[in-house]
Design a protein around this ligand. Structure first.
Ligand code: TXA
Ligand code: MG
Length: 351
């Protein structure tokens, strides 16, 4: 398959490209598009065959449901059964934006889109081109992150191209994304709202609207601990670079010393190593391939660069990657959730 790449300029002439992208979706094709979180791989959410193609293109397990992206509130009632008051409040506060809500689904949504579940995940992205693309496509876009299953999510069109060239019809290049980690997922079908995947909209922000919000106890736990996450996709190894990633925990001086010694050992054995540091610590490492992910004081930059750094280390063929931990105040839960998964929960104590 020939994959066409179009650059969006944010100007009026984008509309003809977005119309063409919309017509590909209406014909049952696949189009990757930018959102504020990560790039999505879109298909018509109401077309079972089209949704099915997403799984094939990504190599995604078929029990892992897709998020349906909409552009207005009217679309919500067509695909969901009962809409609880809490959903209206959250939509008012955070839509369009990086929040996905789980509802009971109507028959309009085929089981191929929801991995056979009777519920559906819905999000209205805060990205002008994405919203126009959704409208031009008929209003319902099923979209996972536009990466090969298991790899770091794409935050630039280049990342999408590297994974999806030849597998999909079109890539819309809207430049680097603004947030860099996937949306927060909240389940509203139980007694109490529950976070199934942490993201930019953190627990405190949700609680400022809803009062108490729980987090799925399986979030952040290693699969070995035997808990079953409520979002089917959260059980899979994810976001992982090709090299082996380890997180190193402890006081800054212990962490840098430990990483330097680990790097020394591996390099002596002829292994290619890399380090994920921060602006505050990057000068403390003696490794050749050390990369700052951003300043700890600017946690949004850390979230934005996380996946790109993992992909960069893939490109240089790093076999062992050591990373500091980033438990920053607002986004730390989301950032560490992704890093822990990317590392397969391998954490080394520095002390
Ligand atoms: O920011 C995002 O959410 C991005 C952009 C493209 O919008 N999308 C994204 O999709 O991250 P994906 O497929 O990579 O992750 C979707 C997650 C999976 O963990 C899946 O199991 C969960 O959402 N999910 C989808 N439908 C669900 C449902 N009905 N119940 C529970 N979890 C669900
Ligand atoms: Mg994904």
């Amino acid at each position: 398959m020939n994959t066409t790449l179009y650059k969006l300029t944010g100007m009026e002439d984008d509309i003809s490209i977005l119309k063409e992208a919309g017509s590909i979706i209406r014909r049952g094709g696949l189009v990757a598009f930018p959102t504020e979180t990560v790039y999505g791989l879109g298909a018509d959410a109401l077309n079972r065959e089209a949704s099915g193609k997403i799984y094939a293109a990504k190599g995604r397990p078929c029990d892992n449901p897709l998020i349906v992206h909409i552009a207005d509130m009217e679309a919500l009632s067509f695909i969901t059964g009962w809409i609880p008051e809490s959903a209206h409040l959250l939509a008012e506060a955070f839509w369009p934006g990086p929040l996905t809500m789980i509802f009971g689904k109507t028959d309009a949504v085929p089981p191929e889109t929801t991995g056979g579940l009777s519920t559906v995940a819905v999000r209205m992205p805060a990205h002008e081109a994405a919203l126009t693309f959704i409208r031009e496509s008929g209003g319902y876009i099923a979209a996972p992150s536009a990466n090969i299953s298991g790899r770091p999510s794409p935050t630039t069109a280049r990342h999408v191209f590297d994974d999806m060239d030849g597998r999909i019809d079109m890539i819309l290049d809207g430049g680097p994304v603004g947030i860099g980690v996937e949306s927060t997922i909240v389940d509203l079908t139980g007694e109490k709202p529950m976070i199934l995947r942490p993201g930019y909209i953190n627990q405190k922000m949700l609680e400022s609207v809803l009062g108490a919000v729980a987090t799925d106890p399986a979030v952040g736990k290693s699969p070995e601990e035997g808990m079953h996450p409520k979002a089917p996709g959260m059980k899979y190894r994810h976001y992982a670079p090709r090299g082996e990633l380890f997180l190193v925990r402890g006081r800054t001086e212990d962490v840098t010393a430990k990483i330097n010694s680990l790097v020394g050992e591996k390099e002596a054995a002829g292994k290619r190593t890399a380090v994920i540091a921060s602006d505050e610590t990057v000068h403390l490492y003696c490794c050749k391939h050390v990369k700052s992910i951003g300043a700890r004081a600017d946690e949004e930059a850390i979230a934005r660069q996380l996946y790109a750094v993992l992909r960069e280390f893939d490109d240089m063929g790093a076999e062992y990657i050591y990373s500091e931990e980033f438990y920053t105040p607002k986004l730390g839960v989301a950032i560490m959730n992704r890093l822990l998964k990317a590392a397969g929960h391998k954490v080394i104590d520095a002390t």
